[in-house]
Structures are given as C-alpha cells and as structure tokens.
Design a protein around this ligand. Structure first.
Ligand SMILES: CC(C)(COP(=O)(O)OP(=O)(O)OC[C@H]1O[C@@H](n2cnc3c(N)ncnc32)[C@H](O)[C@@H]1OP(=O)(O)O)[C@@H](O)C(=O)NCCC(=O)NCCS
Length: 350
C-alpha cells in the first residue's frame, strides 16, 4: 500500500493494537481507539496507567483484517503447502509522546470524538469551554508520532496472471462470506490481465462483484431521478446501497462506476433485487443484462429458489432471466401476500 492508502486503512480500522515496552523491558500490548492524522496517532489513557510509564519509548501500532482464507486445493490438489491467508495490515513505528498543551489535548480528544461519534450530540471539546477544562487537565492524552508507516496487502500479488485468475475464479466458485469482496480487492491490486473473463463486461467494462463504500455516492448519482427514486435523497440512496448485503457494479476503462445493482438476501430464501441502473451512455450494449446475470450468480443469490423484484416497464429486460409477472405470490401452499404501508418517518423523507 502507498502511505496514503495505509493511513486511510488505519482511519477506517475500528481498533488499533499498540505495542510498547516498559522501562524494565517488559512488553505491553493494548487495544486502542485512536484518531489518525498524517503525523500522529492520538488516544487517551489514565494518568497513572501502564501507557504513562512508556512515554518516550519506541511504539508500534498495527491494524489488520483477514480478507480470505485460501485453501491449498485452490492451486494444488495434493500438497498442503499453498494454503495461505489473504490479509491487509498496516504498521506504524514511532515514539510514544505525552501531549501536554491543553489546547492540543482538547483538539486530539475532539478528533477522537469525531472518529467514533461522528453524529455529534455533544459540545465540541475545546479548552476554552469551561465545561471541559477540568476533564482536559485530568486526562492523559498520548500520541505516537508517525515515523514510518507501512501497509501490506497480501492478495496474491506474487502470482502471475494465470494463477491469480484461477484464484479469483476459485473464490467466486466457493462463494463463502467475504469472497466477492476478496475478488474486488484483488482487482485493485492486480493488473487487468489477472481478472477472470467471467467478470468482463461489454465495451471495455469490468463487472465488480463487490463495491467499496466509497462508490455509494456514484451509485446514488446513477439512481437519482429514476421513476422509483424521485423525492428520495442521495443520502438515503447511499444508505440503501451500504445497507444491502449484495451490491455489484460495473466500471468503465477510467474506473468510473457506470452500472449498479443491489439485492438483500438471506442466502437461502426470498431475496429482493433493487436499484438496477446503467449510465445512459452505456445502455443497449448488454451491460444491464451482464450485471443482473452476475447479481443472480452472486453467492448470496445463487442458491435461492426464487428472486423477487418490482418494475414498472422493464419486464422485457428481465424476461430473459426467466422473471415472470407474479399475479399472486406463490409460496407453494395457499397463502396471501400482505403488505404494510407505513407513513414515512421524518428521517426517511427529504
Ligand atoms: C433497464 C436498464 C438497466 C437496462 O440496461 P442496458 O444496459 O441497456 O440493458 P441491455 O443492453 O442488457 O438490454 C437492453 C434491452 O433490454 C430491454 N429493455 C431495457 N429496458 C427496457 C425497458 N424499460 N422496457 C422494455 N425493455 C427494456 C430491451 O429489450 C433492450 O433492448 P435494446 O437495447 O435493443 O433496446 C437500463 O436501461 C436502465 O438503467 N434504465 C433506467 C433504470 C431502470 O429502468 N432500471 C430498471 C428498473 S427495474
């Protein structure tokens, strides 16, 4: 990872691990909530706590996530040796320092609040606010000044394109939770030649089986002012993408999101497809069909016996996959489908 990617990973990490040594050389390992700036990792502690004893000493901070476990039989039917784990991890090396200036302490604490309570709901922390002065004086604020940051995304980059393709295809075939995401992360760290043909879309596009949260505003822009989203804010469209457990898309040669589709599925029964849209300049080239096919093949949808969606005019588009109008919901035994219409709450309307 580049230093900027590594810092972005740290900023998104829910917790960080801090390793230190006490003056007698004995090790200390702590889990932290911290705010991350370009130069500092900032956190707080008890004035008489263990961390306080380690001020001035070398510190290592790490955050990591497992992306996918890769079984040996993905690449070798006999030998166990290729078994591995794909992961992303970031390490920061620096020195533990005590923040003394009360204004700087207040600023650090406010940053931590913004990180973990972004919705606000409190007076901003400032040493000029009498409410906070005693608390700021009494709390220990520490920082690791970042001397070196290294980010490692181990996603099979040591494999050539053919082997990487085989791995991505095997992940898609396995379809364990997180595998669609692992493939999209591999897309980011491998050349295009390493992507399986399964994910090739028409006219130079690529189909992504998982999209990062940062794509949600682009998806909202594609969905804005469709007949079913009129009056729905971009904020709600973004929340709907992020709240769906299946969200796929297509990117053009420049990496721009040009198609989006999502579904909610328990993986077993009654999934619902929603918000299918292709950028106007990419329509009528088979991209919509390719994306819906990928969506239906997604691990969370591929085993379900029936899939529902609603459309005002695109029945012919969905017919090719076998979708038919459903006059009455067929549960396989006599049953009436019931619908509850509720007045939207204040938060759900613009
Ligand atoms: C519907 C949509 C996703 C199709 O994307 P696409 O990339 O053009 O789809 P494809 O090229 O794979 O297929 C196009 C074919 O689907 C059918 N089709 C697409 N939209 C249709 C519609 N609204 N009514 C009837 N047929 C439609 C036509 O047969 C069309 O053939 P054509 O290209 O010869 O006209 C795209 O038109 C779109 O984003 N529309 C606006 C949003 C929308 O209506 N989404 C579906 C909501 S349920």
């Amino acid at each position: 990872m580049t230093p900027a990617q590594a810092l972005a990973f740290l900023r998104e990490a829910e917790v960080l691990h801090l390793a230190l040594t006490r003056p007698d050389g004995s090790p200390v390992l702590r889990t932290l909530n911290a705010a991350v700036s370009d130069e500092w990792l900032l956190f707080h502690g008890a004035p008489s706590g263990e961390k306080a004893q380690c001020v001035g000493r070398a510190a290592v901070v790490q955050a990591e996530e497992v992306v996918a476990t890769i079984p040996s039989y993905f690449t070798d039917k006999e030998k166990a040796c290729p078994a591995t784990t794909f992961f992303r991890s970031v390490q920061v090396h620096g020195t533990l320092e005590r923040i003394v200036d009360p204004h700087v302490k207040a600023d650090a604490l406010q940053r931590i609040m913004e990180r973990y309570q972004p919705e606000g709901g409190h007076l901003p922390i400032s040493f000029d606010t009498p409410l906070y002065q005693n608390a700021i004086r009494g709390i220990l604020v520490l920082g690791v000044r970042i001397r070196e940051v290294t980010g490692n995304a181990k996603l099979g980059q040591n494999k050539g394109p053919t082997e990487a393709q085989a791995l991505m295809s095997a992940l898609w075939g396995r379809g364990a939770p997180g595998d669609a995401r692992a493939i999209s992360l591999m897309f980011q760290h491998h050349p295009e030649a390493a992507r399986p043909a399964r994910f090739r879309g028409p006219a130079g596009t690529w189909l992504w089986p998982w999209l990062p949260p940062s794509d949600a505003p682009e998806a909202a822009a594609l969905l804005r002012d469709q007949y079913w989203t009129r009056g729905v804010s971009d904020e709600l469209l973004v929340a709907a993408q992020l709240g769906s457990n299946v969200w796929v898309g297509a990117r053009d040669e420049n990496g721009r999101l040009v198609a989006t589709a999502r579904a909610n599925s328990d993986g077993v029964r009654h999934p619902y497809v929603a918000d299918v849209a292709v950028a106007p300049e990419h329509r009528h080239r088979g991209l919509g069909a390719a994306l819906v096919e990928l969506l239906l093949e997604h691990p969370a949808l591929r085993r379900v016996p029936s899939v529902r969606l609603g459309t005002a005019d695109a029945q012919p588009f969905y017919e090719r996959f076998g979708f038919v109008p459903e006059p009455q919901v067929d549960f396989g035994f006599p049953m009436t489908s019931l619908l509850l219409r509720r007045a939207p709450t204040a938060q759900l309307t613009e």
